[in-house]
Design a binder for this molecule. Structure first.
Ligand code: WT7
Length: 664
């Protein structure tokens, strides 16, 4: 490092509060600090400001109906269509402007620009094609697709005809696809032949077909040809209930489909996410509230303007991509980018090359990516002119101040505010973060709750804890983007999110408190530092994984007697999967068996859940009531001082396991 660098690092290291630049503030969508007070005084009517960003078919009667908590309804009796809001209403003024800029992984392949007119056309054709197949209003259409333009086209086509989509991340396994299609009774699947990963074509249809074999009802599948001749080697043949996307689109060329009027509370989509138990949760989001929420936060937090070229590097298969690649940005009529590949292919400057080439104005990414960039070194961003960037964002897990500062200075050149946004699949959109044109930033702390949010940090009794002390994050007032329930499972919805801190027999909304299962602390200024999950969910590279799901995959491997999975600290991924495994009598604790276990997890969930370490152990630490003490296993994984072992039935195993891990 040069002397200048050392000096810069030293200065940044000490600085704890960062002000947004005057240049940023002067052009920000929101720059009046009075918004916090205004929203508090005018709650819930303040959320009309969010609804007003959209075009409604039928005006709503009430902003909030809270007569039956926790089943809140927003913008009741209003009707609206999400695809109209993301497309039709922009055609007059922005028809020829880019809606989507798509960058494929192969560098020598032509990128795709879809203007608003072109996207509108494709969405109409796809909507007509889906209808031809028999898709009706409220039929759930599953999408098992990577980052290709047909994914948002299919999503918006569903929105147009009132068919909720359920997107399954392409990296998930065949089993995961089948589980989700069965849980949602989904009879339709849109998928593709394959896609590119690190330069090679990857077979995807094979995995989709394997998943379909596990679906317990009849299905119709649409297959996008992503690879062209490069996919010939896979030798795919479409079955009788499988249709070629291109042919369906051609058959519907020039078709127009009248958007269906959806009730504000009608389901826009389902998204499955991991929880404490083995079964993924089908989070239900609605049309009016969700769309208002993501549009408002896109404007207020990401500072999106129609003339921007906004780049979020997430995958649309996760909620970040739904809210902040597709729905929020398109509702605002901006240009949203999509990148198919990984940030290090063909080289570690790929993202910066894209930012420079397209003149991206915002970049929204995850701490795990930032830590990888930091590790690779600043010579990669330095090869490119990143001066088009105006704002940076992060999401998915806590960001350590060092990574925050690296991002701020090396990517944002100390000019761009960084928004550290805390939220979840269930919240639909951002909840805690600084409004970049209003608030100072404190690296490591996400910031204050957004205006109109009532967020408190409490102890196990629900009493607020003092500033600086760790507690549990709770949300004490409903918000438009909130999940409405878990698909076909109101009971579990209450159990998972409300019971902990609510009086579940009460009809008074003040007695209902939403619990996102995160630990946090708050400082004197009301800035919240999120500490991480407090349930059995771990966060690997910003991906949420249930330890029980992984355990049941491991126990499914022949020869395994018992397993416990915890998150161990990891420099880049944040957390990594550590699997403690007891083998059955006669099963060898070999390297080959370790590989079998890893494969078992990949097959059941996907490579993202692959254990970093498989540790064979003779026993697991258990309480007298037989509960596995995961905390202790975490301490061992992280080589930390062991927590209290006095409640263990078998305290001696802890030292045994530690010896195994340390290889003594
Ligand atoms: C969990 C939600 C939000 C979209 C991507 C993940 C953690 C998320 C932050 C942040 C600290 C964060 C929480 C949360 N998380 N953002 N800025 N700081 N932690 O969505 O898969 O539903 O996961 O991610 O633990 O509960 P998700």
């Amino acid at each position: 490092m040069s002397d200048d660098d050392v000096e810069l690092e030293a200065r940044l290291e000490e600085q704890e509060v960062f002000e947004p630049s005057e240049e940023f503030v002067s052009q920000a969508n929101v720059s009046d600090a009075g918004i916090y007070e205004e929203f508090d005084e005018n709650w819930p009517e303040c959320w009309e400001q969010a609804a007003a960003l959209l075009d409604w078919e039928e005006e709503y009667d009430r902003v909030l109906d809270d007569s039956n908590p926790p089943f809140y309804e927003w913008f009741t009796d209003g009707t609206i269509n999400a695809s109209t809001n993301c497309l039709d209403r922009h055609l007059d003024e922005r028809g020829d402007e880019a809606a989507i800029e798509w960058v494929g992984e192969p560098v020598d392949e032509d990128n795709v620009t879809l203007t608003y007119s072109q996207l509108h056309e494709k969405v109409n054709e796809a909507a007509a094609a889906l209808r031809d197949l028999g898709v009706g209003e409220d039929d759930v259409v599953t999408m098992y697709m990577p980052m290709i333009p047909e994914l948002p086209v299919a999503m918006l086509a569903c929105a147009r005809i009132g068919a909720p989509h359920s997107v399954v991340f392409a990296g998930f396994s065949a089993d995961a696809l089948a589980t989700r299609m069965n849980a949602a009774d989904s009879e339709y699947l849109v998928t593709c032949d394959g896609y590119y990963r690190r330069g090679d074509p990857l077979d995807h249809l094979d995995k989709a077909n394997e998943g379909l074999a596990g679906v317990d009802h009849d299905t119709e599948t649409v297959v996008v040809d992503r690879l062209g001749p490069n996919g010939d080697d896979f030798g795919h043949d479409l079955a009788a209930d499988q249709h070629d996307w291109g042919e369906l689109m051609a058959a519907n060329e020039g078709a127009t489909v009248e958007p269906v009027d959806r009730d504000a509370e009608d389901m826009l989509f389902l998204m499955y996410t991991s929880g404490t138990t083995g079964q993924p949760k089908g989070v239900k989001h609605t049309t009016g509230g969700y769309l208002s929420w993501v549009t408002w936060t896109s404007q207020a937090v990401l500072d999106i303007k129609p003339e921007d070229t906004y780049f979020c590097s997430a995958d649309i298969g996760w909620i970040t991509g739904h809210s902040y690649i597709v729905y929020g940005p398109l509702a605002l009529g901006t240009t949203t980018m999509m990148y198919e590949g990984t940030p290090d292919h063909p080289d570690r400057d790929r993202l910066w090359e894209i930012v420079e080439e397209y003149g991206a104005t915002q970049l929204y990414t995850a701490p795990t990516a930032i830590r990888a960039f930091m590790k690779w070194g600043k010579q990669y961003p330095e090869r490119h002119d990143l001066s088009s960037l105006r704002l940076l964002g992060t999401v998915g897990e806590p960001i350590n101040p060092r990574a925050w500062k690296w991002y701020y200075s090396n990517i944002g050149d100390e000019e761009c505010p960084v928004v550290d946004t805390w939220w979840q699949t269930e919240t639909g959109g951002m909840m805690v973060t600084t409004l970049p044109g209003v608030k100072d930033m404190k690296p490591g702390s996400a910031g204050p709750p957004l205006p109109g949010m009532d967020i408190r940090i409490v102890d196990t009794n629900g009493d607020e804890v003092e500033p600086g002390r760790a507690g549990y994050l709770t949300v004490n007032k409903p918000w438009p983007g909130m999940l409405r329930t878990l698909y076909k499972n109101d009971e579990r919805f209450i159990e998972e999110y409300w019971r902990e801190y609510s009086d579940v027999d009460s009809d008074d909304p003040d007695d209902w408190v939403y619990f996102p299962e995160d630990g946090a602390k708050i400082d004197e200024d009301g800035y919240i530092t999120v500490l991480g999950r407090v349930d059995d969910v771990i966060n690997v590279s910003g991906h949420r994984l249930g330890t029980m799901e992984i355990e049941s995959a491991i126990v499914g491997v022949e020869g395994v007697a018992e397993a416990a999975v915890v998150g161990g600290d990891h420099e880049v991924k944040g957390e990594a999967v550590y699997a403690y495994v007891i083998v059955e009598e006669g099963q060898e604790e070999s390297e080959a068996f370790r590989q079998e276990i890893v494969k078992g997890v990949e097959d059941a969930i996907g490579p993202i859940a692959r254990p970093e370490q498989v540790i064979f152990t003779p026993a697991l630490p258990k309480t007298r009531s037989g509960k596995i003490m995961r905390r202790l296993l975490e301490d061992i994984a992280n080589d930390e001082e062991l927590g209290d072992t006095s409640t263990l039935r078998n305290p001696e195993v802890v030292e045994d396991i530690r010896r195994v891990v340390q290889g003594d």
